[in-house]
Ligand binder design. Structure first.
Ligand SMILES: [Fe+2]
Ligand SMILES: [Fe+2]
Length: 256
């Protein structure tokens, strides 16, 4: 799993390292969060295709989902895109998807979004239950991206789905946490994967504008830092006969 990929800096870092990482760790399936792919704000066909071509299998989303208007149409065209299941029932796109690995294992990916310090979304817990009812029984693993601000809400989702899914991990804060664990039911858990972006920034954005906005409280443009990205990612090993996780490992590739 790869957290939020921020703009060109994030895409460049993946271009440099992802194919090698997939090889080194014998990765069968890669899920990344794409809500900041296009200059930090949403994603479009071009930026999505760039990361798909590097080996990303599914792009999850979040509160920046509709920042690029073309995604309103795009999200229905391609089953490699998921957006939070608990968006309004009027939202286009899908909240879960199932894709096959090269070895023929079907992997389900569910995307949820938190309610604490975030928008007025529908209940993510009820949405998770609904997704699990809908997902076919023959999947070999179920992976959940819980895109949320509050660590407590992400941990809550981890325990809510403990034993029912293979992995619950957080995205959105852009800061990695070191709390990776395997819960007693065999669910791998980490509160936040962290961003693939420059950490010489304020959560991926240029410091000057972001700081001015905080200090002066006046409108300022957020601009993504375009160079010097680190990759933070997490590798989970899943027993496909039980759907239980057997290992979880964080990896960090510092900037070149
Ligand atoms: Fe993000
Ligand atoms: Fe977000």
């Amino acid at each position: 799993m790869i957290g939020d990929i921020i703009g060109r800096a994030g895409r460049r870092a993946l271009e440099e390292h992802l194919p090698r990482l997939i090889d080194k760790y014998s990765i069968d399936f890669t899920v990344a969060n794409g809500e900041n792919l296009a200059s930090g704000f949403g994603l479009n066909r071009k930026t999505a295709d760039e990361v798909f071509s590097l080996g990303v299998d599914v792009l999850t989303n979040g509160n920046h989902c509709w920042d690029q208007r073309e995604f309103l149409l795009l999200c229905d065209e391609d089953d490699r895109f998921v957006r939070p299941m608990n968006f309004s029932s009027h939202a286009p796109g899908r909240g879960w998807t199932v894709l096959e690995t090269a070895a023929g294992h079907k992997i389900a990916v569910i995307n949820l979004i938190g309610q604490i310090f975030m928008g007025p979304w529908d209940c993510p817990f009820a949405a998770a239950d609904r997704a699990l009812e809908e997902i076919p029984d023959d999947v070999s693993a179920i992976v959940v991206d819980m895109h949320a601000e509050a660590t407590s809400e992400k941990m809550g989702m981890g325990w809510y789905l403990n034993g029912r899914v293979s992995c619950v991990y957080g995205t959105h804060t852009h800061v990695p946490t070191c709390d990776e664990t395997i819960m007693p039911g065999g669910t791998a858990y980490q509160s936040d994967i962290g961003m693939t972006a420059s950490y010489q920034s304020i959560i991926g954005m240029k410091v000057e504008g972001a700081l001015k906005r905080m200090v002066e409280r006046l409108p300022q443009r957020f601009e993504a830092v375009e160079r010097g990205a680190s990759i933070f990612a997490t590798v989970v090993t899943i027993d496909t006969s039980t759907r239980r996780a057997t290992n979880i490992q964080r990896i960090h590739i510092p900037p070149a």
